[in-house]
Design a protein around this ligand. Structure first.
Ligand code: ZN
Ligand code: ZN
Length: 344
């Protein structure tokens, strides 16, 4: 069923050629916008995936994969200029942009170092299957077809991510690490990596380490990494795309992830997965974009330091526990009845 045409709300957003912030598109641009909004997202997902498939099949050289990631980000930033979801959510005039870039570089550097250390340790202990290895090194079914191994690894890794993410929201001390990601008052591509560097360490320890310990081959790990680089920046991009309703059940989409960034704590405590909403459906935290819209994002009730050093220190500062309208601390999961209307 096509959500672009069925739901009254989606029809307003997708069918009128009017931006969410109310800016009408010039009439001569409406026909290309109509088409672009429908084909851009699937084209990018398929195109980026094909580019990664070529690189991974060619051996997955780290520098070439890194450059491909930079190409993905650059493409999205350029496309945001052509087809913005909101004109006031762009990188222009974003005073936090230097901090976004600093968090990105810190997280990428420290995260890559952690993962490299894990892989070296796994290889030293004989856990990592080598190319052409006929003997399984761990519990991972290396004899399965690659596509099945990739699918299994993505589902498993996303399940680990889901619970890591929920704990970051539930435990006040951990929330202070994650709050930096939610503090953005607008969403665009570079907000995807606006996270405290401790999150990169947690990702390596709680998601990559279990996969490595199971003996997941390097090629499958590269596909997990590629999936994150494709889907996560796309889901933060300030792109005006229109997707069929069913898409939001299967992949993290911009509309689906915007609900997680909503200023409303009840909405922000939904949609925790990073790739596939499966785990949110299973554990009752799924919210569909047809049911709600995140017009306001960020943490208006929990102002974070605006300077980089203050943001880096924030997780180690005292817990003040500001209250939301339900009386619960902002950032923690609300009581059960607060999310009831969004549960599947
Ligand atoms: Zn979150
Ligand atoms: Zn996010």
């Amino acid at each position: 069923m096509d959500g672009c045409e069925v739901s009254p709300k989606r029809e307003d957003l997708c069918g009128s050629g009017t931006a969410v912030d109310g800016t009408p598109a010039p009439e001569r641009t409406q026909s290309w916008r109509w088409l672009a909004r429908r084909v851009l997202w699937p084209t990018l997902v398929i195109g980026f995936s094909a580019a990664y498939a070529v690189q991974i099949a060619a051996g997955g050289h780290p520098i070439r994969l890194g450059l491909l990631g930079a190409v993905v980000i650059t493409c999205l930033i350029l496309l945001e200029r052509l087809l913005p979801h909101r004109s006031d959510w762009g990188t222009r005039g974003d005073a936090q942009l230097p901090n976004d870039l600093a968090h990105t570089l810190l997280g990428a550097g420290i995260g890559a170092g952690c993962i490299e250390s894990l892989v070296i340790a796994a290889a030293a202990y004989g856990l990592l299957p080598l190319p052409g290895d006929s003997v399984p090194r761990g519990l991972w079914p290396t004899h399965w077809p690659l596509a099945l191994q990739v699918a299994g690894a993505l589902i498993l890794a996303d399940g680990l991510y889901y619970w890591k993410h929920r704990l970051l929201h539930r435990i006040p001390r951990l929330w202070k690490i994650h709050a930096i990601h939610h503090s953005a008052d607008r969403l665009h591509t570079l907000k995807a990596t606006r996270s405290h560097f401790v999150e990169a360490i947690l990702r390596a320890l709680l998601i990559v380490a279990p996969l490595v310990a199971l003996g997941v081959p390097r090629e499958v790990l590269l596909w997990y990494s590629a999936s994150i680089v494709i889907i996560v920046p796309l889901s933060h991009a300030n792109l005006d795309v229109c997707l069929p309703s069913w898409t939001h059940w299967w992949l993290q989409t911009p509309q689906w992830h915007r609900l997680h960034h909503a200023a409303d704590p009840a909405l922000a405590n939904t949609n925790f997965a990073s790739l596939c909403p499966l785990w949110d459906v299973i554990f009752g935290t799924f919210a569909h974009p047809d049911e709600a819209e995140a017009n306001r994002v960020g943490l208006p009730d929990e102002p974070l330091p605006t300077h980089l050093i203050g943001q880096l220190w924030y997780p180690f500062s005292s817990i003040t526990r500001p209250r939301d309208s339900d009386g619960g601390p902002v950032g923690r999961e609300p009581r059960r009845n607060s999310t009831a209307s969004f549960e599947s």
